[in-house]
Ligand binder design. Sequence first.
Ligand code: CO
Length: 218
Amino acid sequence: MLNELLDHNKLWAAKKAEQDAGYFQRLSALQHPDYLWIGCSDSRVPANVITGLEPGEVFVHRNVANLVHRGDLNLLSVLEFAVESLDIQDIIVCGHYGCGGVRAAMDGHRHGIIDHWLQPIRDVADANSSELNAMSGLEEKLDRLCELNIESQVESLARTPIIRSAWKRGKRLKIHGWVYGLNDGLLRDLQCDCCSPAETNTPAVETLSENSGSILNG
Ligand code: CO
C-alpha cells in the first residue's frame, strides 16, 4: 500500500515537470503563500484540495477541531512565521460540520488526553447554552457548536500578542471564519471576520506593558 503512495508521487512529479519545466526549481527557491489556513486534522478537509490551491499557495496548520490554545507553541510559531516572515494578510480558521472533535467534547465520555485539548469547545457550549438548549436535534446542536467554535477561535486569534502587535504597527491582516460541509463539499463564510483591534476588548500587548508599568509605579 505504501509503495502505491511513492508510485503516485513519481507520476505526479513527472506530470508537473512535464507541464512546467521550471515548476520545482521555482517552488524550492521561494514560498510566498497568500493565506494561512488553520483547520481541523480531519482527513476529509484538506485545505489545498477543497480550495483548489496549488503547493506554495497556502500555509497550513491543522489540529483536532481547529483550536487556538493560547499556549500552543506549535500554532503560535506557525502564526508568527506567517505574519512576520511570509507577510500573510488573510488567515482562515476553517472548521467543519460533523466534526468528531466537537462531538467528542460533548458526548460525556472520557477519551483521554484529548479531553483536555477539547476543553475550549465545552467552554464555548457553556457560554452559548441558552441558544444550544433551545435547539431540538442533537446533530443540529453539534453543527451550530461547530460554527460557534470557529467564531470563538477567530476571537482567540485576534487576542494573541502576535496579531495585536501586527495591527498596532498598521499591518493589514484579516481573520476569517469558514465552515466546510462534509455532505456537499462546500465552504461557507460565517461572516465573523476580524480585521482590527477595535473588534476585541483587550488592549494591545504594548499598551498592557505600559499600563502595568504605571501600576507598578503606583
Ligand atoms: Co473535525
